[in-house]
Design a binder for this molecule. Structure first.
Ligand code: DC
Length: 227
């Protein structure tokens, strides 16, 4: 079988990126983390005081978009693509909790989405790509041969995310992580433009009780079934 395009969507902290990276590695595909792009825009707005005391004006964010250059650089050690904002690797900074606080409202701005989605479509032009996010199967890569919609019990997701942040040395409470996930799920599914929803042709993967190996086997079977 020739190379295909794989779109993975789902709720926050479902393990989309873990499975997307694992699949990309197995298949020799490129992995694109679409959420990282919205996170980088949010980080820029925070660094440049466009988000001040939790508030921002859409007009200012849109103006800032003209000064933002986003690119993915492949890490030579891990072979995973990492987010660069105006030439600087911001892979670590964009995962901080304060970026997570504001990324959903920033990503809901129509003009922000238009620019980012156009870029994502460009990145996804060639086959041999795994892209994860919220609207990849429903908006960005409509023709993807394989679409997966991931979900998991919210309490399990919060616990996993909290553990991951703690392992990265970030000090954050489980309650704060839980609150952030609930808020983002609500904002991402209720926004006006490209809300999170399952594409009609997507296969659901509920990984509440599955480990990574089991999920990869499930996803690989789906890929092989396309042959
Ligand atoms: O995947 P993530 O948690 O890093 O994404 C961060 C935020 O970006 C998420 O809360 C909503 C937004 N996002 C989006 O609107 N569309 C995407 N395709 C990916 C992410």
């Amino acid at each position: 079988m020739g190379k295909i395009t794989i779109a993975i969507d789902g709720y926050s902290s479902c393990g989309k990126s873990t499975i997307a990276k694992g699949l990309a590695k197995k298949l020799g595909y490129i992995y694109i983390d679409s959420g990282a792009m919205y996170r980088a825009v949010t980080l820029y707005c925070m660094q440049n005081k466009i988000i001040k005391e939790g508030k921002f004006s859409e007009g200012e964010v849109l103006k800032a978009m003209n000064n933002i250059h986003l690119a993915f650089n492949v890490n030579s050690l891990t072979h995973v693509s990492e987010m660069c904002l105006n030439g600087i690797n911001v892979e670590k900074e964009i995962r901080e909790m304060d970026v997570s606080e504001y990324v959903s409202p920033i990503s809901a701005i129509k003009g922000v989405r238009e620019k980012i989605v156009a870029l994502q479509k460009k990145f996804g032009k060639d086959k041999g790509i795994v892209m994860d996010g919220r609207d990849i199967g429903t908006n960005v890569l409509l023709d993807a041969e394989l679409k997966i919609f991931m979900t998991a019990d919210p309490a399990v997701r919060a616990q996993r995310r909290w553990k991951e942040l703690k392992e990265k040395g970030m000090s954050v409470s489980l309650d704060d992580v839980k609150r952030n996930l609930e808020l983002r799920d609500h904002e991402d599914t209720h926004r006006e433009h490209n809300p999170l929803r399952k594409a009609e042709d997507a296969v659901v993967l509920d990984n509440t009780h599955l480990d990574l190996d089991e999920q990869l086997i499930f996803a690989e079977k789906l890929v092989n079934s396309l042959e």
